[in-house]
Design a protein around this ligand. Structure first.
Ligand SMILES: *[C@@H]1O[C@H](CO)[C@@H](O)[C@H](O)[C@H]1NC(C)=O
Ligand SMILES: *[C@@H]1O[C@H](CO)[C@@H](O)[C@H](O)[C@H]1NC(C)=O
Ligand SMILES: *[C@@H]1O[C@H](CO)[C@@H](O)[C@H](O)[C@H]1NC(C)=O
Ligand SMILES: *[C@@H]1O[C@H](CO)[C@@H](O)[C@H](O)[C@H]1NC(C)=O
Ligand SMILES: *[C@@H]1O[C@H](CO)[C@@H](O)[C@H](O)[C@H]1NC(C)=O
Ligand SMILES: *[C@@H]1O[C@H](CO)[C@@H](O)[C@H](O)[C@H]1NC(C)=O
Ligand SMILES: *[C@@H]1O[C@H](CO)[C@@H](O)[C@H](O)[C@H]1NC(C)=O
Length: 467
């Protein structure tokens, strides 16, 4: 990904560098006096996805290797890779379901209702390879900070999407433990029931379209070649229907204590980190449990919303476009229910007031550059025709959080490019209801190190993470 500094020749390079350092936190941005803002320059070629995985995918040395399900380097077969229109349609299904779930949580704040099941799974997800059992068997699973229970396709399978040969067979693993309905493990599972064999059965319904059911087991989970988590509690999915794509299962990284994030904390410490690779590059990312050797990470408080305890809420305070703060009150972002960070949502959703300001400022700056608008693409309504262009100059966009953490977005976090003729601002509004939560999606998290320090209740960001 070429992220070049635009230099119109007004300043010698050393003055330019000084200006950058003085006037904006990103050393790659540049101030151009008479355009009133900071700009990035994108090579049009680098905006859209590579057709082949070249150079070939490498394992990421920092942790479990993460790839995008739709990338040419995806371990999943090419025919299961969704196109951009499908990715964005499914993203809206997921967002609707997160918003409905949080809306219901808020309204029923004093009513005792069963805990809500999980979310609709979008197919624009990220996948990692894990190992399970001894002897070890490997699986490609989606990672999801928006749900808690982990599960994999299990023998005997009634309905499974992944490769049929890739089923987990508990009785073939010497380290597995059956979970019966008389155990305390079973009490922790929402929507559990008792099978005729007294096994603890679970069921998770993700939004309208997907669900998984099966029985609970414990077994050894491999988090690398040698790092293991013995007695990991997860679901053996026998009947998995809906939008799961071709993955073998799911790793839940939510805040509830049955999530992998919580279960790994006794062994690795209450902290995990990831870097989600850019969809437009062949780079891989990582998922790591335990302390990461990242310096210069900036943190913001991890906020808990008591009525929606599974989600990671953040305190977004300001958005800058071309270094100009949006003219909105910060209460737009913090007003109940607030904003969550989610690894499974693709496009960041902002409250309509904030989104409209972001869009109009971005449009104004793009108009200044004389770019031609193109029709909306699915949920993205601010698109430009890039036919025949070699480079695109775009205003910088930064998301500022309380405590000093900032996402100075890189080009793939600002522009979503569905095809070689158009590129769109990669943000959308929430549908606008009073209880609609905002969401920091994975497009905006791409290429950042993101650390979830559960022990200290902080989330940290650092630019340039996947390399
Ligand atoms: C729980 O149920 C299983 C299966 O019915 C049984 O083998 C086991 O002894 C029971 N354990 C306890 C502590 O009651
Ligand atoms: C499998 O899941 C479907 C819903 O997706 C449900 O209608 C069916 O009853 C389930 N079958 C079993 C055996 O659990
Ligand atoms: C989750 O918390 C409950 C209650 O605090 C505890 O009994 C249980 O052992 C915990 N489960 C896991 C998997 O850590
Ligand atoms: C945009 O077009 C106008 C009219 O053709 C021209 O005067 C102006 O210099 C152009 N702006 C940029 C940034 O190229
Ligand atoms: C972009 O402009 C070209 C002509 O310059 C046109 O053929 C093409 O249809 C436009 N594409 C979009 C997505 O608007
Ligand atoms: C969010 O940040 C603002 C500004 O730093 C602060 O006033 C407010 O108390 C914070 N809210 C929460 C819930 O931490
Ligand atoms: C949200 O954005 C869509 C697409 O631009 C627009 O149709 C809708 O009116 C917006 N909603 C609100 C509440 O502003």
């Amino acid at each position: 990904m070429a992220r070049t500094v635009s230099n119109s020749g007004r300043f010698p390079p050393h003055i330019l560098l000084l200006l950058c350092v003085l006037l904006f936190h990103s050393p790659l941005a540049i101030v151009e006096g008479n355009t009133g803002g900071t700009w990035l320059v994108a090579d049009v070629q680098s905006l859209y996805q590579k057709p082949v995985c070249s150079p070939p995918k490498e394992t990421n040395p920092k942790g479990l290797t993460i790839t995008h399900r739709s990338s040419p380097c995806s371990p999943l077969s090419a025919d299961s890779r969704p196109n951009h229109a499908q990715i964005l349609k499914n993203d809206q299904v997921r967002v609707n379901s997160i918003q409905r779930r949080i809306r219901d949580d808020q309204k029923s704040i004093s009513v005792i209702v069963p805990a809500k099941p999980g979310l609709s799974l979008d197919i624009g997800n990220y996948v990692v390879q894990i190992g399970m059992g001894i002897p070890r068997k490997d699986f490609h699973v989606a990672i999801d900070t928006g749900s808690d229970l982990s599960w994999i396709n299990c023998y005997p399978c009634l309905s499974c999407h992944g490769k049929r040969t890739m089923l987990y067979h508990p009785t073939l693993s010497t380290t597995h433990t059956d979970i019966f309905c008389n155990s305390t493990d079973c009490d922790q599972i929402d929507h559990h029931s008792c099978s005729p064999y007294k096994r603890c059965d679970y069921k998770v319904i993700y939004g309208d379209m997907s669900q998984t059911n099966g029985y609970m087991v414990r077994d050894t989970l491999f988090l690398s070649e040698s790092d293991t988590l013995p007695n990991f509690l997860f679901g053996c999915g026998k009947n998995n229907t809906g939008l799961f794509g071709m993955v073998d299962g799911l790793i839940g990284l939510g805040r509830n204590n049955i999530s992998l994030a919580s279960q790994a904390s006794s062994e690795y410490g209450a902290i995990f980190s990831y870097c989600l690779p850019s969809v437009t590059s062949t780079q891989t990312g990582y998922l790591l449990f335990g302390k990461n050797a990242i310096s210069n990470m900036k943190f913001t408080p991890m906020i808990k919303n008591p009525s929606s305890p599974s989600f990671y809420f953040l305190n977004l305070t300001m958005i800058l476009v071309g270094s100009h703060p949006l003219d909105v009150s910060s209460t737009v972002f913090t007003r109940n229910p607030g904003i969550v960070i989610d690894s499974g949502t693709v496009i960041t959703r902002l409250p309509p007031v904030a989104y409209n300001k972001l869009k109009s400022l971005f449009q104004r700056l793009m108009e200044y550059r004389n770019y031609t608008k193109s029709p909306p693409f699915e949920i993205l309504d601010t698109c430009y025709n890039i036919t025949g262009l070699e480079k695109v100059r775009l205003p910088t966009v930064s998301l500022v959080f309380s405590g000093g953490a900032v996402l100075d977005l890189d080009i793939p976090g600002i522009l979503y490019t569905p095809d070689p003729t158009q590129t769109c601002l990669a943000f959308a509004n929430t549908s606008g209801g009073a209880y609609d939560v905002g969401i920091i999606g994975n497009t905006q998290q791409q290429t950042f190190d993101v650390s979830y320090d559960i022990a200290n209740q902080m989330i940290g960001f650092r630019q340039g993470g996947c390399a």
